[in-house]
Design a protein around this ligand. Sequence first.
Ligand code: 6PG
Length: 522
Amino acid sequence: SLQLISERMRNRTGHYMGPEMLQSQFDALEIPDYGLHLEVTDSPEALIPKIRSWLQQTQLSQLGIVGLGVMGRNLALNALNHHVSVSVYNRKVAQENDLLDSFLSDCPDKNAQGFDEFEGFIKSLERPRKIVLMIKAGEAVDEVIEQLLEFLERGDILIDGGNSFYRDTERRYVHLLQKAVHFIGMGISGGAEGALYGPSMMPGGDRHSYDQVYPILSKIAAIDQHDQPCLNLMGPGGSGHFVKMIHNGIEYAEMQLLSEIYGLLRVAYNNEQIASIFDRWSASGSDSFLLQISSKILLKTDKAGKYIVDQILDVAGSKGTGNWAAQQALELNVPGGMINSAVEFRMLSGFKDSRLRYAENLKRRSDTHAFSDFELLQQAYDSARLINHHQGFEILAGASANHNWDLDLSEIARIWTQGCIIRSELMNALVDVFAKDISILDDKDMFKKIARSEAALKTVIQAGFSKDIAMPCFSNALNFWLAITSKNLATNLIQAQRDFFGNHGYKRRDSESDKLFNTDWE
Ligand code: 6PG
């Protein structure tokens, strides 16, 4: 009280602030919204337990992370760097023995706690608990969920940050809901560096849980050009993981296009020359993360001065998300041919023994002339990328309609402008295209751009073929373009064949109705 403090002030000597100044201090006093508020009239017996429990509470971590692989570790460091207190869990098994210790010793002065058992880990977290699983997609996710469920409480929130299949996410969402635990399936893109400095995040689930994790996730996410986090709720259920899967599908085709260009150019140019072409494209409208890293990759040498890329076996791996994306396109009846071609080509590259065997028996006289029209090549590349993005976003639109997800394509493009693997100048432009609620091909400028590049696409594909280089993604882009802009396809013959052997019926050009006609063909 004013009276008590004035009295104390009167009793002290030699202090610059006299008791007469106290009233104005009291007048300006604001009750702080931080710290612990106690009644001074309470007895010490009543105060001490309150202080104790407050201290315990303040030591609880805001975020839990399960799995200290490269992505989990970097995500935890990212959170700590943004002043989010973190508890991490990693199992103690022979191969992963030092992950926990090395993580904790790398951040001694940060607000981190480490555990190799779930009970202590769960107890160390603020309620409702917010836990991100950063573990390999598949059965391991189910196993860890079951183990965690033993300790989780009503209202806690589990986030699966791995590349899980969206249907698994939907199953887990329902399963956890029955236990009153909320589940968010969140795609995270950006690789190890993204996880550390700001990934693009694609969560799916219910709004209530998302709102609770947003304050933390928004500190960790990449930031777009308008200072907004590359993060938003995609939609309900498995939609977040679906969006991430299509991101990866687009990523596959983007990588395949660059690989086809590299194949075409390396016939006559060295790595440095190709890298400098890529750099020029980056500086002239075609910039993307994948183009930039491809240039860096081409220039990287080992200690002996040999290019590393030249020493890498030509068998491309994959972890499954690209295959799922291609399968989903088929399931949804949306053409996703570029993704499919890219997936198949990786698969085909794996048949190394057969390739060697068949190549042995062939003597080709491939054209070895340099392909020197780099502007034309860039034009073809740009338009093939437009078609790739068109197909990818159309799959998203198809899924959104099919599942009632109400996906916001413009917002998805925005979230993909930073942090993720397919970030690019093009992606920035797509934010505005989709804001008009139209597809890429329905955008007049984009359509014109592809139309103007039709000849370039043909020339590039022909050049590849004349050098005996497979051009699956470029070809698919051109095939798609020719078909989607054709007034009259030759598919009438297919209808006739179907009717010939199966009596399936066909519609007639001279009839508006849906009526099916049959012919007695023989
Ligand atoms: C990302 C990537 C990443 C993906 C790898 C590997 O967005 O950060 O898409 O999530 O796991 O690219 O994928 P593949 O092994 O199938 O090439």
